[in-house]
Ligand binder design. Structure first.
Ligand code: 5GP
Length: 344
């Protein structure tokens, strides 16, 4: 047994120090980024925020709104190929901003091949709770070999050496985060995890050294956290809980004691396992929870709130574009984040 003595940080442990700036208005801030990818001769331009590939948030209805603002959506993996095909033919301009998600079984691979024949999306998201297995690395290699022209995002991991392994094996973007998610119980069930801000800083460094990119996934509770993730070096940020509870998410509105909610659950929760597999296997602990999240109305309002927050962060540190934010950031360690005397 070893102990890593360096203190690792989460979003709640830091604030971004303001800096002298010549920007006069938030409207001057450019949030569009342009990326080239390690394994594919492609260029993508847009605002690098992605709706999570959870069945509640990774929906075509979310994608329609997010794509209007040049954001991306990782469509969840339980969509039938024929539904993909129909949406793709009706909304070709939206589909180009969607990730096709897949697990790592042989059936998942076959399903991915079928969907890829039917739609024109450039993005694949290979997603497992634990990205540290050789089986996962082999799967990334297999998908890279089958789709040399596609942009592949793979995860999740939280350490530099595994980021390097996945990039070398064919990933263009590595997804970072074990245990920070809003409906995740991995840390409670297993004791495994890594403070998310430090994970982003360390993994971005490893990825950028190989011309790879990282996507910070999980733990953003408000726009300030999204800004901290970008400031820490994330190239993309994935959001589940912040996009949950809107009109465009999956599920009905539930009324309880005069208030409106939507059900939101982790993809490894007992609720998700029952829905898609009909049971929770004996050998598996559920590593997600199911909650009622207050109903939030149209997702467009939340998108604008996040983008407004990000522009404001950039003006506070004098960054004219999102690309400059991380270079202009000094984090200060903080023991208190906000004054919550009147509640949050
Ligand atoms: P959030 O933005 O809600 O904090 O985090 C979203 C992320 O949580 C997802 O993109 C995914 O990586 C992770 N996640 C979703 N469902 C589960 C689950 O059931 N268990 C765990 N451990 N993580 C989950």
């Amino acid at each position: 047994m070893r102990i890593e003595q360096n203190y690792k940080l989460d979003f709640k442990d830091v604030l971004i120090r303001p800096k002298r700036s010549t920007l006069s208005s938030r409207a001057e801030v450019n949030l569009i980024r342009e990326y080239k990818f390690k394994h594919t001769a492609k260029t993508w331009r847009g605002i690098p925020i992605i709706a999570a590939n959870m069945d509640h948030t990774g929906t075509f209805a979310i994608a329609k709104v997010l794509s209007r603002h040049q954001l991306l959506t990782a469509i969840h993996k339980f969509i039938d190929p024929n539904v993909w095909q129909q949406f793709s033919s009706e909304h070709p301009q939206v589909i180009v901003s969607c990730f096709i998600s897949s697990g790592i079984s042989d059936d998942d691979f076959k399903n991915l091949q079928i969907i890829m024949k039917k739609v024109t999306s450039e993005f694949i998201c290979l997603d497992v709770a634990n990205g540290y297995t050789q089986h996962f690395v082999d799967f990334v290699r297999r998908v890279r070999a089958a789709f040399p022209e596609k942009i592949i995002m793979a995860g999740n991991v939280v350490t530099g050496e595994m980021v390097e392994e996945l990039i070398i094996s064919g990933a263009d973007i590595v997804k970072i985060g074990i245990g920070p998610g809003s409906v995740c119980t991995t840390r409670n069930k297993t004791g495994v995890g890594y403070p998310q801000l430090s994970a982003i800083i360390e993994c971005a460094d490893a990825a950028h050294g190989l011309k790879g990119l990282v996507c910070a996934d999980g733990g953003c509770a408000d726009p300030g956290d999204v800004a901290k993730a970008f400031a820490a070096g994330a190239d993309f940020v994935m959001l589940g809980g912040m996009f949950a509870g809107h009109d465009e998410t999956e599920g009905e509105i539930i009324e309880k004691n005069g208030k409106r909610y939507k059900q939101f659950y982790g993809m490894s929760s007992a609720a998700a396992m029952m829905k898609y597999h009909g049971k929770v296997a004996d050998y598996r602990a559920s590593e997600g929870k199911s909650i009622l999240i207050p109903y939030k109305g149209p997702v467009e309002d939340t998108v604008l709130d996040i983008l407004g927050g990000l522009r404001s962060t950039c003006t506070y540190v004098g960054a004219q574009s999102l690309k400059e934010l991380s270079k202009r950031t000094t984090f200060v360690m903080a023991s208190q984040q906000v004054n919550d005397v009147h509640g949050k």
